[in-house]
Design a protein around this ligand. Structure first.
Ligand code: A2P
Length: 342
């Protein structure tokens, strides 16, 4: 079996560390791994497969001889370095939103549209975390009974933005509130401890946030379903890891909850946890550090004859980011489309 030279851009970040964990746990065929970050982290050492590896500053020359470059270092870094890496011959799998809606860039969830890897020109985009878990749960149903409309409200953990600083802000503020001290927000627009904030990413002219609009645009692109209507409200909640979503779906025809449970029980990457009699449903805490997209609370939508409601939970750092990216890399290898168009 061939082995590949891998680079991780943003290796010192939360998703970067998860890239390392996932590559190790899946025994990814790595000949070598290069850890890249900003100049602030150059010289820091991290462990990969029990070996200490020094972090290097990301510079244009970093990508010489690299086969696969996993990026999670923010949009600006991706916009600048992804084309350089692709030109050097690497396939870039980018976790930022910089390239997702570019026509020439595939946006891939391996359980749904693996065939889109084939036409990459050096960059493949990893979708937004909230979108990934929603489409993994909905696509198997959509194949049987085309979806017309999705209403989704998210409950997103702090690790989805701001890295370690966001985790720190929640911890510090929780202590301050319990100690009767005032809090000062830095990462989030308001106090996040013991609070719920309906603002993720910037506001757009249409009064949705960019995160909410990503859920519409990315869902259509991944599922090749340009007419699906999506309305999202994205909400930050004081949870460390794990995004939860209340999803209301309108199908073309009626679908019973049992039918949906049976389809989802066979769906790749999905685990159904749904038994009201024993309060069995997925929670963010239980989803953290796991790979599946969990679905529960499946029920008839009382407001629409063709509707189902459900509760969808996943680890935003794993299936929502690092795991999905590594699965894309595995697809690229499997499909033999490693060499880029440069
Ligand atoms: P660094 O640790 O050197 O700042 P998170 O979102 O968890 O905070 O992680 C962001 C990641 O992106 C970190 O690894 C960070 O490195 C990296 N990063 C930020 N800015 C740059 C940059 N200009 N070039 C390369 N990596 C960057």
């Amino acid at each position: 079996m061939s082995e590949y030279r891998v680079a991780i851009v943003g290796a010192t970040g939360l998703v970067g560390q998860e890239f390392i964990n996932v590559l190790e746990q899946r025994d990814f065929p790595m000949l070598s791994v290069k850890l890249l970050a900003s100049d602030r982290s150059a010289g820091r050492k991290l462990f990969v497969r029990h070996q200490e590896i020094e972090v290097e500053e990301t510079v244009p020359e970093s990508f010489e001889g690299i086969d696969i470059a996993l990026f999670s270092a923010g949009g600006d870094t991706s916009r600048h370095f992804a084309p350089i890496a692709a030109k050097a011959g690497a396939v870039v799998i980018d976790n930022s939103s910089a390239w997702r809606m570019e026509k020439a860039v595939p946006l891939v969830v391996p359980e749904i549209n693996p065939e889109d890897c084939k036409w990459h020109k050096g960059i493949i985009a990893n979708p937004n975390c909230s979108t990934i878990q929603m489409v993994v749960a909905l696509y198997p149903l959509h194949k049987v009974n085309p979806i017309k409309r999705i209403i989704v409200d998210t409950y997103q953990s702090v690790s989805g933005v701001g890295g370690a600083a966001a985790l720190e802000e929640l911890t510090t503020q929780a202590r301050q509130v319990l100690g009767g001290e005032p809090t000062v927000p830095h990462v989030f627009p308001h106090q996040i401890a013991f609070n719920v904030l309906p603002e993720i990413d910037v506001f757009l002219d249409n009064d949705y946030t960019k995160e909410e609009w990503k859920m519409l645009e990315e869902t259509r692109k991944i599922m090749h379903a340009d007419t699906i209507a999506v309305s999202a409200t994205c909400v930050r909640v004081p949870v460390f890891i794990g995004h939860s979503e209340a999803v209301h779906v309108e199908f073309s025809h009626p679908m019973t909850p049992d039918e949906a449970r049976q389809i989802l029980a066979r769906a790749p990457g999905v685990k159904v946890l749904d038994d009201n009699s024993v309060s069995l449903y997925p929670t963010a805490w239980q989803s953290a550090r796991t790979d599946d997209v969990f679905v529960g609370r499946i029920r008839q939508d009382a407001s629409h004859a063709n509707g189902l409601a459900m509760w969808v939970v996943a680890d935003n750092l794993r299936k929502g980011a690092a795991l999905n990216a590594v699965q894309i890399a595995e697809e690229v290898i499997k499909q033999g489309c490693l060499s880029s168009g440069g």
